[in-house]
Design a binder for this molecule. Structure first.
Ligand code: GDP
Ligand code: MG
Length: 349
């Protein structure tokens, strides 16, 4: 009896201690989760203006990082709606060497995710390969999103934000949801509320191969469906494509009005059924005007400006901030040929 009485008391004491620990834990969690006074002030300051930006997507090598670097130079100099750019590298595999000296003026990301997570370390610690490791890195970024938001709040409340995303197609087209969750968090109305446009780059050299080109269009479509954002499709590296002999003129590849004609030029041997399948896909894309592209070459400042223009139309910048835009494909008033020549001379890459 005595023993069981003691046992009863002991178990009551243990319950009591556990309950106390749980309460202390909950208090600590609440304290840790509670935003600091400084963060509240930063957020209040941030929310005094509307914030704009782009999420740059597209397969590896499509030109995402080159585009961000070019925009960082060109955007502050635009005649209409010039803006300072903050380039955020969200690709842990983007190998950007540190400055060689104090005078080294190579453009680097303002925020580099490699300071938070390193792909090589993740692969070593988890035993994952490069692809799995990268998906894991995106989970880590989402779980530490305050690291990113704090940096933005502290230093970049006046900047136009360019997010340079890894090229792995599964991030923006399939079930892996961390990228989408990161974008949702950044654009969530009750927090940073950044008005983002997706800029999806497709290498223009794919145009000369009908199946590659159709597949690229399908990837653009999947990205549009998965990311649910204002979306601008871009045919990048146009200068390289122009060196090849294409079967159609540029409008054919950008406006996609008669896409089924693409297959008339495809002389490869393929089964009738497969050809019919490709024709059907082409018909659907044309009939419903699902995808259009803006042609861009990094050497042409005018083409860069057209992409900015299309983003400003798609995410509502012009409606909120005002501006001289007429349509996504036209440049605003003031962009005369003299100005374009000046900009080209100054920034021709
Ligand atoms: N000729 C030409 N090369 C480009 C253009 N854009 C990017 N590149 C080159 O394409 C390669 C891959 O570009 P990068 O920006 O690293 O692609 P990312 O993997 O999408 O970030 C680099 O060698 C760039 O110099 C362009 O418009 N024209
Ligand atoms: Mg890159």
């Amino acid at each position: 009896m005595e023993i069981s009485g003691n046992a009863h008391q002991i178990s009551e004491i243990i319950d009591e201690i556990e309950e106390k620990h749980a309460q202390i834990g909950a208090q600590n969690d609440a304290q840790n989760d509670a935003p600091s006074k400084q963060n509240i002030e930063l957020l209040e300051n941030w929310r005094k203006s509307t914030h704009w930006g782009q999420v740059i997507m597209g397969p590896p090598g499509a030109g995402k990082t080159t585009y961000c670097k070019a925009m960082k130079k060109v955007m502050p100099e635009l005649r209409v709606n010039s803006r300072q750019v903050c380039w955020i590298n969200l690709d842990p595999a983007n190998d950007i060497p540190p400055p060689k000296s104090v005078d080294d003026e190579t453009i680097r990301p303002d925020i580099d995710i490699s300071d938070l997570v390193c792909l090589e370390d993740v692969m070593e610690n988890t035993g994952l390969g490069p692809n799995g490791g990268l998906l894991h890195c995106m989970d880590i970024i989402f779980n530490n999103i305050e690291w990113l938001t704090n940096k933005l709040l502290t230093k970049y409340s006046k900047h136009y934000l360019l997010f340079d995303i890894p090229g792995q197609v599964e991030l923006n087209t399939q079930n892996h949801s961390s990228l989408k969750k990161i974008v949702d968090e950044l654009s969530y109305r009750k927090t940073l509320d950044i008005r983002l446009a997706a800029v999806h780059l497709v290498d223009a050299t794919y145009c000369i191969d009908p199946s590659k080109y159709l597949s690229a269009i399908m990837v653009s479509l999947s990205t549009m469906i998965h990311m649910e954002m204002p979306h601008v499709n871009v045919l990048s590296k146009l200068d390289l494509a122009e060196q090849n002999d294409a079967d159609f003129d540029l409008e054919f590849y950008t406006d996609l009005f008669d896409l089924d004609r693409l297959l008339d030029q495809d002389n490869r041997v393929m089964s009738k059924r497969h050809r019919r399948f490709l024709e059907r896909i082409a018909e659907i894309i044309t009939d419903y005007s699902l995808v259009k592209f803006i042609p861009m070459s990094i050497q042409s400042v005018e083409s860069l400006e057209k992409v900015v223009q299309a983003c400003d139309v798609s995410n509502g910048f012009f409606s909120v901030e005002g501006g001289a835009a007429t349509s996504a494909m036209q440049l605003p008033q003031g962009y005369d040929s003299e100005y374009i020549r000046e900009m080209q001379e100054k920034f021709g890459f």
